[in-house]
Design a protein around this ligand. Structure first.
Ligand SMILES: C[S@@+](CC[C@H](N)C(=O)[O-])C[C@H]1O[C@@H](n2cnc3c(N)ncnc32)[C@H](O)[C@@H]1O
Length: 282
């Protein structure tokens, strides 16, 4: 049998010549979500539904199928399933995203943690292709703390985790990285690609982990969860923050994305240490 031709994995929706812009009924979408849960154990119920629907329907249009036909594709070939999961989770990230916040971590937060803990335990939750946990790894190296730091780095998407372990990045991932860090921690492998130097990696452990379903480790000094909860329904987001607080040591820090202010921080037992950096009080 001839191998089925599979399209490129990038963000590209080239439309078939037979393309026609269809509307898909809500009931069919709800049926599809139930089938995903039943057949693949994929639970999308905590994600914003209009977003899931919109992104799924781009794929339906790409393959010119309805929800039933698309489910058949997912059942037939794992590459379709990988593509689907990849499209559900936007993996956009970079080293030192919102750099001024990272310098607050380097100059104030991490030194404070190092004063109070002998072993430093960090978690980058929703780490995508590794830029975030490796940014932490670079900072702890700068502060001479690598030998007593462990950074857990988790994501639901195995494709990005594999990329993270490789540690090779396009130049655009480094736009916010100071030149001296680029020179010290990266080597250029092609005209536009950089490889993270191996000595930075051992403090980071990558693991697949679903923030909405899997158990959390405890006793973290710092949890970084940025630009992940934007995809979650309010209830799932609140539950997640409650669980993060329980996973922090007392006095531990939670660093969130620069659009993700936590309004009920007091109720959760947090105080604002700096904008977007919270601290567990009790
Ligand atoms: C936009 S990226 C953010 C990456 C990084 N934290 C940053 O701010 O640059 C969002 C990441 O969240 C992950 N994600 C989405 N849902 C998740 C879940 N339920 N559990 C764990 N990770 C999830 C996605 O796979 C994606 O890699």
């Amino acid at each position: 049998m001839q191998e089925e031709k599979f399209p490129k994995r990038e963000w590209q929706f080239s439309l078939p010549s037979s393309f026609e812009w269809k509307e898909y009924p809500q009931e069919e979408f709800e049926w599809f979500v139930r089938e995903l849960a039943k057949r693949f154990d994929i639970d999308l119920s905590s994600y914003k539904p209009h977003r899931v629907k919109r992104r799924t329907e781009l794929l339906l249009r790409k393959y010119n199928v309805d929800y039933k036909g698309y489910l058949e594709l997912l059942l037939r070939d794992k590459r379709y399933l990988d593509e689907f999961l990849d499209k559900m989770t936007i993996n956009v990230t970079e080293f030192f995203r919102n750099p001024e916040k990272w310098w607050e971590l380097r100059d104030e937060v991490i030194p404070l943690i190092a004063k109070n803990s002998t072993k430093l335990k960090f978690w980058s939750a929703g780490c995508s292709s590794g830029e975030e946990p490796y940014s932490l790894a670079i900072l702890v190296h700068e502060l001479g703390l690598s030998h007593r730091t462990k950074i857990l780095a988790t994501d639901i998407d195995v494709t990005v985790l594999n990329r993270a372990k490789e540690g090779v990045y396009e130049e655009k991932s480094l736009v916010s990285t100071p030149k001296e860090y680029v020179e010290k921690y990266f080597e250029r492998v092609t005209s536009s690609r950089y490889k993270l130097k191996d000595f930075v990696k051992p403090v980071v452990e990558f693991k697949r982990h679903d923030l909405l379903r899997d158990p959390f480790e405890r006793d973290f000094d710092l949890i970084v969860c940025r630009n992940v909860v934007i995809y979650f329904e309010m209830e799932a987001k609140n539950k997640l923050y409650e669980r993060f607080v329980k996973s922090l040591k007392i006095g531990g820090f939670l660093f969130v994305g620069s659009t993700e202010r936590i309004f009920n921080y007091k109720e959760l037992g947090l105080e604002v240490y700096k904008p977007f950096i919270y601290r567990r009080e009790k």
